[in-house]
Design a protein around this ligand. Structure first.
Ligand code: 13P
Length: 249
């Protein structure tokens, strides 16, 4: 039985006030079933969020990390710093990082290793762009991104990841993969994982991301291989995010 995980990626949005509002709203949160919830604010809010979320079920995530342990990397943040600030999850290879900030498959692998070494849960983000989907290359692209990391990890490391499938054309566009489209690709990811290790296919959590919102979350989460969501825009409003969490819990 995989406990659902709903993670809200605030991207470069948020404020101290929003952190406070989430802490207040989720302090009263009750869910019908078990659900893990994470909020992933920009780095400067991590400390405030740790304190504001201390009496809530909200875990803390970060949006990326630098794979090096320390040193001359101006503007970067390492895994140990995230741990020191109470972070549990870290996004790795988000499409915005791959497209605009040079996160390659090799860099993604290095980041996953750094996160695992520090005891963080890497959320490995994968997904095809529109041209790749239209060319019929979705499976090849997505499994290629998954394999670029998974093949190089030891079995004991692989089981500590979460994988987020985010079709790039569905991110921030209002276009959502239909539940059937998302299920097809996520079923392929799970089938691939099972070829590495049968139990990995059964236990790893797969999240869907791309215009998930309160009105479509339940239908997406009802798919057999969708174990949660990585939510962007709809994670910024506490009521919307709360409603999505309720769809899962
Ligand atoms: P949206 O939910 O805004 O489409 O963003 C998805 C995403 O990129 C989450 O990481």
């Amino acid at each position: 039985m995989r406990t659902p995980l709903i993670a809200g990626n605030w991207k470069m949005n948020g404020s101290a006030e929003r952190v406070r509002a989430f802490g207040e709203a989720f302090a009263r949160a009750e869910f019908a079933a078990a659900v893990d919830i994470a909020v992933i604010p920009p780095f400067p809010y991590l400390e405030a969020a740790r304190s504001a979320f201390s009496a809530t079920p909200l875990a803390l995530g970060a949006q990326t990390l630098n794979p090096h342990p320390a040193g001359a990397h101006t503007g970067e943040v390492n895994a140990a710093m995230l741990v020191e600030f109470g972070v549990s999850y870290v996004l790795v290879g988000h499409s915005e990082r791959r497209q605009h900030y040079g996160e390659t498959d090799e860099g993604v692998y290095q980041r996953v290793c750094a996160a695992l070494d520090a005891g963080l849960v890497p959320v490995l983000c994968v997904g095809e762009v529109l041209e790749e989907r239209q060319a019929g290359a979705t499976r090849e692209v997505v499994l290629g991104q998954v394999a670029a990391v998974m093949q190089r990890l030891e079995p004991g490391q692989r089981e500590r990841l979460v994988i987020a499938y985010e079709p790039v054309w569905a991110i921030g566009t209002g276009l959502t993969a239909t539940p059937a489209e998302a299920q097809t690709t996520m079923g392929e990811i799970r089938a691939y994982l099972a070829t590495l290790d049968r139990s990995l296919g059964d236990t790893l959590r797969l999240l869907y991301g791309g215009s998930m919102k309160a009105s479509n979350a339940a239908e997406l989460l009802a798919q057999p291989d969708i174990d949660g969501g990585l939510v962007g825009g709809a994670s910024l409003q506490v009521d919307d995010f709360f409603a999505i969490c309720q769809s899962a819990g």
